[in-house]
Ligand binder design. Sequence first.
Ligand code: G
Ligand code: G
Ligand code: MN
Length: 256
Amino acid sequence: DRWVLQADLGHALRNGELSLHFQPQAEINGRIFGFEALMRWTHPTRGAISPDAFIPLAEASDIILDMSAWVLKEACRTAAGWTHPLTVAVNLSPIQFQHGELPLLIQQTLIDTGLPPSRLELEITEGILLGDFAHIVGLLRRIKAMGVRIAMDDFGTGYSSLSYLQAFPFDKIKIDKSFVQSIGRTEQATTIIRAVIGLCRGLGIPVIAEGVETEEQRSFLAQEHCTEIQGYIIGRPAPIQVYSKVVDSLAPASTT
Ligand code: G
Ligand code: G
Ligand code: MN
């Protein structure tokens, strides 16, 4: 089954079966400042397949490189077309750091799409730093030098090492949804979130909490001085048309 799916994945990009959903990111008061682009695969016979199922397959076969290049370009192209200069966040795969010239791909994509670098944020997971650490930090520094921001995704779930925060000046930390969803349920999660927010504030790194679904979670985060949130309480991942009012609301009548 895995093998068949992997073979199908090889055609997915060419057959136009991949698409992007966009999920809003907001200030704690709900004002949307940007979107995270999330890859979707609609299989011709099986229908929607979750990224959790197909991204590991794509990563096992280098198909991830073409798919990721497509996501980056599609996300930048879409964001460049918005009336409001909102930000767009794109997830990177560790495989992209092992092959090809990632900084050049990013630079070329910005040139081709016309998106200003300041509007692009790239999300990496802690796992990326497990490889050749010095090499990867070197690539991250080159990307950051272009004016693109780098965020650490799923913070606290993987191979968290506080030394990573010292080794590279991350522009944002994303607190994993598993912690957010334990707010009010376990004292440990509450304490961890409080500590991460305090740590990042001390280091001067902005924090965004992921997976915020309830007002109880939002108000706890507000009380802890978390400044940004992402989650169903703000909006679900959806085709960008669903958010056309947000990205284009003040479009001058003469140009529409
Ligand atoms: O929305 P959700 O089910 O979309 O995403 C599940 C997982 O897939 C998340 O961990 C997310 O980071 C990852 N993911 C979604 N889109 C992409 C993508 O374009 N590239 C990579 N590498 N991961 C992605
Ligand atoms: O790992 P990453 O942060 O890139 O993954 C984002 C994932 O989180 C996607 O699968 C997305 O659909 C999911 N997600 C986003 N907001 C919420 C939320 O409020 N609740 C839950 N359960 N999942 C969410
Ligand atoms: Mn992400």
